[in-house]
Design a protein around this ligand. Sequence first.
Ligand code: ZN
Length: 100
Amino acid sequence: MKSSSKCPICNGEKEFSTTTFTVDLGTNLIVVRNTPATVCSVCGEEWIDDTVAEQLEEIVNEAKAKNRMVEVIDFNLESTAYNLHSSSLKLQEELHFDEK
Ligand SMILES: [Zn+2]
């Protein structure tokens, strides 16, 4: 058994949870809600998995490209299902424009 379920700071119990990840880029603020994280139940310290961190990086890069002052993203929605949904919407728009 690994002892990784203990918080290295306060020795408290670590729990799997979700957190709100915020990136302040100065000109714009990116907020990613429902980000999977391990959270200490005692001191509230948060750890994010490497795989989650990679996805966060992609989400942040996409959000940067939109260049909005505040971009609020739900981590759960940044899945394949969401991307399929938005690409089918785009296709519908293109079809609509073709009819004109
Ligand atoms: Zn702790």
